[in-house]
Design a binder for this molecule. Structure first.
Ligand code: COA
Length: 324
């Protein structure tokens, strides 16, 4: 038997420190006008001491409160992140300890900005197969740790934060469709090298921070194309039409990408939830942060069909069509 699944909890945690475009223009050669016009971003949250796992733990606790289940009932914790505090223990294990999820299997997943979609897919497969019953899926990032603050092409885009959902097995019939892809040949388009690099033979010890590099225009075109591809793939071989989808939650990278997609598929922009003006691009965290905000605004209703779509470094992309 293949189980049905549904989301029962949403949570998020954002650093309290707000950095506006005006603030950035004091340290980088940029302006509020340029950033707003090209990206839609007005401000972002930048951690002042909060680690990726601090944010992830707080988001997880909020999601468990909404779900109304205890941490000990969670079987699976997946944290999608590119900015883990440590290579090991994983942020997943740190979250497990932080919330007291004594019965969980916990790990991290590196899918860059598509990480939350990949993690949701993995959780869905475990739940559908009956291996686990309750999964906690988190996207958490402190992107400010890996930004080159001298590169105005990337520094203005990103922010910090964490979002989480609790997913469970249900008897109710629910639509679930997943689509994921990657293209490793395009790895240079968006890259964050791991550090430290210590080479025993060359005696090279690089303990400098590694920072992200990006070809913005390539990423922009890639994103527009793969979002359309993913929408088509999610609807293929289902009875669902795009007009039947209540909300489309795209990775929050740039309002111009979202507007392009809205025009291309001829679906009102109102159906594309956006909060990137407040948070910028929080990488793997952007979709669950958006979901939590939608939940808090009371716009998510039981039976709603929601499409979640991510894209990012790898290159990676994919989406999930869910019935709430
Ligand atoms: N402030 C002011 N000027 C800036 C700037 C900034 N922050 N960043 C770049 N510029 C300048 C450039 O130097 C260039 O100047 P020039 O014409 O004198 O050479 C000009 O603005 C245009 O730069 P360009 O890179 O062509 O701008 P763009 O319209 O492509 O916008 C991005 C740049 C990064 C906003 C856009 O490419 C983008 O959003 N790409 C997708 C990035 C993304 O989403 N990444 C994450 C995906 S997970």
């Amino acid at each position: 038997m293949i189980n049905n699944i549904k989301i029962i909890g949403y949570g998020s945690c954002m650093p309290s420190n707000i950095v506006t475009n005006e603030d950035l223009s004091k340290i980088i050669d940029t302006s509020d006008e340029w950033i707003s016009k090209r990206t839609g971003i007005k401000e972002r949250r930048i951690s002042k001491g909060e680690s990726t796992s601090d944010l992830a733990i707080a988001a997880a606790k909020n999601a468990l409160d909404v779900a109304g289940i205890s941490a000990s009932e969670i079987d699976l914790i997946i944290v999608a992140t590119s900015t883990s505090d440590c290579f090991f223990p994983s942020t997943g294990c740190t979250v497990q300890s932080g919330i007291g999820a004594t019965n969980a299997t916990s790990f991290d997943l590196a899918g860059a900005c598509t990480g939350f979609i990949y993690a949701t897919d993995v959780a869905i497969q475990y739940l559908k197969a009956g291996r686990f019953k309750n999964a906690l899926i988190i996207g958490a990032e402190v992107m400010s740790k890996v930004i080159d603050w001298n590169d105005r092409g990337t520094a203005i885009l990103f922010g910090d934060g964490a979002g989480a959902v609790v997913m469970t097995v249900t008897d109710e019939p629910k639509i679930t469709k997943v689509y994921t892809k990657s293209d490793g040949t395009k790895s240079e388009v968006l890259k964050l090298k791991a550090v430290p690099i210590i080479d025993m033979y060359e005696n090279v010890k690089t303990i400098d921070r590694s920072t992200m590099t990006m070809n913005g225009q390539e990423v922009f075109k890639f994103a527009c194309n793969v979002i359309i591809e993913t929408i088509d793939a999610l609807l293929a071989n289902t009875s669902v039409k795009l007009e039947d989808v209540d909300y489309i939650v795209l990775h929050q990278a740039n309002s111009r990408i979202i507007e392009y997609v809205s025009n291309k598929v001829n679906i009102n922009i109102e159906k594309f939830f956006m909060n990137l003006d407040k948070y910028g691009n929080t990488s793997a965290a952007s979709i669950p942060i958006a979901l939590d905000e939608m939940y808090k605004k009371n716009i998510l209703k039981s039976g709603h069909k929601v499409m979640l779509i991510g894209f990012g470094g790898g290159l990676t992309w994919g989406g999930v069509l869910l019935e709430l």
